[in-house]
Design a protein around this ligand. Structure first.
Ligand code: SAH
Ligand code: SF4
Ligand code: F3S
Length: 469
């Protein structure tokens, strides 16, 4: 048994991580023959892509996918730890699995992902949910075949979670959810340690992938017919800093754009490392999409300092204006936390002020959720939940107002949309504009995977409707 430790997870070493290729033992390639698996994913794009790796590994072992948990021989929850409600959803699901296991005792079930990296969660699982067969973390996805092999042959729960990151694993297989757009990791982990955030503990220190490995992956995706790649990292703008080489995110972005894949995106951009050179590169290449997610978190300098974000309201607004001025038609979205410990009405007004100035295309808004082991969880927090909820409500009203306003500018305009999936609306396909607006388009299935000119006929707060121009 290997349990995670918070103190260990906090440590940062200067040593460069090693790189190794994914490998699966021949005798494990038939372990899942004739069996089905069900994977449920919570959390951010990184977890979504991890699940794509997990599914591909399971299929290399002979398992086949089912989308009905009731039918599955193997159940795996890939979890997120970012806020308390993410936890609650997973524990609710574990309850359902318990029920299922009582009826079908041969089912193998386990959890992985960011919650598995939390000491408190693993202790709770050992205490209350030891009917699960296995737990592994974010650092050893590549060991899944061995972990399952053990879990299928032993009675007791197998806990295998490393507190610290290991090597970077290259050549991981991926069963991608979409045939036209793909996630590409460019870095793992995070060293920013914003005081409210659990990610630096659950994902380890920042490790950038090698330039050449990223370029080869994007080239291969292009050759396979993919139209769009999204470069993934918690702080993509800090790409390469840990490698101590002469290139940075702007060089990587430029090199990826030059491969000629039709659309290049990236998330998430911390304002801290956003350079002028980055802005120039985005503006220069038409295949780098004019869409930036630029988390604000708070508009109050006092709260930003307590959060450890390393920018001020003024410097954020300057960066925002520079991006708007230099990248034509750019859309900018954000993340905002309300009710951080000690946030006053005045602090909150500063946040609203930034929102009024930036008129974001859209925003993800959250009530602060204390995460065990983070500095903010220990800060004095006297604001009643009711006040926080009122603030969130006011913020959302404002955000929605500007989102609709931004979308209205598209009415009767013709924009390029990559039709990437069938829409819930009958006879429609769905896709995104270059600026990341969701559009439902009346179009036949044969047009899936095409980038088409669409005339926008109706706009709402969260989506638009259109027809082929
Ligand atoms: N790396 C990204 C954020 C990843 S987490 C960045 O730095 O911008 C996604 C969002 O979740 C964050 O931007 C933040 O708004 C929110 N979040 C993170 N920790 C939180 C917490 N403890 N409580 C509430 N929201 C949180
Ligand atoms: Fe969390 Fe901050 Fe790192 Fe983003 S930059 S993942 S908010 S610690
Ligand atoms: Fe959640 Fe882990 Fe992502 S905590 S947001 S799944 S990095």
């Amino acid at each position: 048994m290997l349990k995670p430790h918070l103190e260990e997870a906090r440590k940062r070493t200067k040593s460069l991580v090693k790189i190794e290729d994914f490998h699966i033992r021949d005798d494990l390639k038939t372990l899942g023959t004739g069996k089905t698996y069900f994977v449920k994913t919570y959390g951010c794009q990184m977890n979504v892509h991890d699940s794509e790796n997990i599914k591909a590994i399971l299929e290399m072992m002979g398992f086949s996918e089912t989308f009905d948990m009731m039918d599955a021989d193997l159940i795996l929850l890939n979890t997120c730890a970012i806020r308390e409600n993410a936890h609650n959803k997973v524990f609710g699901m574990i309850g359902r699995i318990k029920h299922l296991k009582e009826q079908k005792p041969n089912i193998i079930a386990g959890i992985c992902g960011c919650m598995a990296q939390e000491e408190v969660v693993v202790n709770e699982i050992l205490d209350k949910f030891s009917f699960l067969n296995f737990v592994f973390g974010t650092h050893n996805i590549h060991e899944l075949p061995e972990i399952l092999n053990r879990a299928m042959h032993q009675k007791n729960i197998d806990i295998e979670v490393y507190s610290c990151e290991g090597n970077i694993i290259e050549k991981m297989p991926a069963k991608r959810d979409n045939k036209y757009k793909a996630w590409v990791n460019i870095m793992y982990g995070c060293d920013k340690f914003c005081t409210y955030c659990i990610v630096p503990y659950t994902r380890g220190k920042q490790r950038s992938r090698r330039f050449d490995d990223i370029i080869s992956e994007v080239k291969a995706l292009k050759d396979d017919g993919y139209k769009e790649v999204t470069l993934l990292g918690q702080n993509v703008n800090a790409y390469g800093k840990d490698l101590h080489l002469e290139f940075d995110m702007s060089d990587l972005l430029e090199a990826v754009a030059k491969i000629g894949i039709e659309r290049v995106r990236f998330v998430t951009s911390h304002p801290w490392d956003f350079t002028d050179k980055m802005i120039d590169v985005i503006a220069k290449y038409p295949n780098i999409m004019p869409y930036i997610h630029l988390p604000l978190q708070s508009g109050s300098d006092r709260i930003l300092r307590l959060m450890g974000r390393r920018y001020t309201k003024k410097s954020y607004l300057e960066l925002f204006d520079k991006i708007k001025k230099n990248i034509p038609n750019v859309a900018i979205t954000t993340d905002i936390i309300v009710g951080f410990p000690s946030e006053s009405d005045d602090d909150f007004e500063d946040t609203l002020d930034v929102v009024r100035k930036c008129k974001y295309d859209s925003a993800f808004t959250f009530i602060f959720s204390p995460r065990e082991g983070t500095p903010a969880a220990k800060m004095k927090d006297e604001t009643p939940l009711k006040v926080k909820e009122e603030r969130l409500h006011r913020l959302n009203e404002l955000v929605n107002e500007y989102a609709l306003e931004a979308n209205k500018k598209y009415l009767n305009k013709t924009v390029k949309v990559l039709l990437d999936e069938e829409s819930d609306k009958e006879g429609c396909l769905a896709g995104y504009t270059e600026t990341m607006k969701l559009v439902n388009v009346k179009a036949p299935k044969e047009m899936l995977g095409k980038i088409v000119d669409v005339k926008i006929t109706e706009v709402k707060t969260w989506s638009m409707n259109g027809e082929i121009a």
